[in-house]
Ligand binder design. Structure first.
Ligand code: HPA
Length: 243
């Protein structure tokens, strides 16, 4: 598919090789306005704001994914295949299900299980294991370490259902050591794999599904700042390594 696409009005060349993807378009705007130098709005179709600018002299784009695998599926596919983007770093929030996790913890999603049917399109003769890119993961670990942040690295669940009819649906995933629940990473990882590109999902724990804990708006802002800094520094490192 050529550019612009039905969902993205950016012309080719207007999107950087590495894209940070928060779910929320207002978060994309916030990052553009508070972190990125010389941000230019390159997409606003359906309010899915995308900005391109620089961070530490490296060009980056921050563009929203919307919520859920179908939404990130559309945008990530077009970024990888129409805009020739090499790296997508999702930055989002997740609800913890593991007892080991605390609010504000930063998770690097090594793998992303899913209850979605998204993988069926690939007609695999078994179950696909959606995993992050190792190079991006290593770069993110280095970036976090320099910022004095220790991430929790492991498996997450990308679910299609936020308001589950039966809240006990996560019990079985919890028994398998899955750390937390969000709604996008598995679709992003599958599209990266199919496109021969790189992806990593970084999530901040915003609430706990088994304890009555939730970040306040001020705490949310502060912890998201940590994650945004890690992701932006990771973009610089991966661009330096793969040029
Ligand atoms: N479910 C799905 N996604 C989420 C949650 C949740 O409980 N919390 C933050 N993102």
């Amino acid at each position: 598919m050529t550019t612009p696409t039905p969902h993205n009005s950016a012309k080719s060349g207007e999107i950087a090789n590495t894209v940070l993807m928060p779910g929320d378009p207002m978060r994309a705007k916030y990052i553009a306005e508070n972190f990125i130098e010389n941000p230019r709005l390159v997409n606003n179709v359906r309010g899915i704001q995308g900005y391109t600018g620089t961070w530490k002299n490296t060009e980056v784009t921050v563009m929203a994914s919307g919520m859920g695998i179908p939404s990130i599926g559309i945008y990530s596919w077009e970024l990888f295949n129409s805009y020739d983007v090499d790296n997508i770093i999702r930055i989002g929030t997740a609800g913890a299900i593991s007892d080991e996790l605390e609010l504000n913890d930063v998770i690097f999603a090594l793998g992303a299980c899913t209850d979605s049917n998204f993988m069926n399109q690939f007609k695999l003769p078994g179950a696909f294991a959606p995993i992050c890119d190792y190079k991006l993961l290593k770069a993110a670990e280095r970036a976090a370490s320099r910022l004095g942040i220790e991430p929790v690295v492991g498996n997450i669940l990308s679910t299609d259902v936020f308001h589950a009819d039966d809240p006990a649906d996560t019990d079985a995933w919890r028994k398998m050591g899955v750390l937390a629940v969000e709604m996008e990473a598995a679709g992003l990882y599958a599209n990266a794999a199919r496109s021969g590109k790189r992806a990593l999902a970084i999530c901040t724990v915003s609430d706990h599904l088994y304890r009555p804990e939730k970040l306040s708006p001020e705490e949310r802002e502060k912890s998201l700042t940590q994650m945004i800094n890690i992701a932006l520094d990771t973009a610089v490192m991966i661009e330096g390594e793969t040029k």
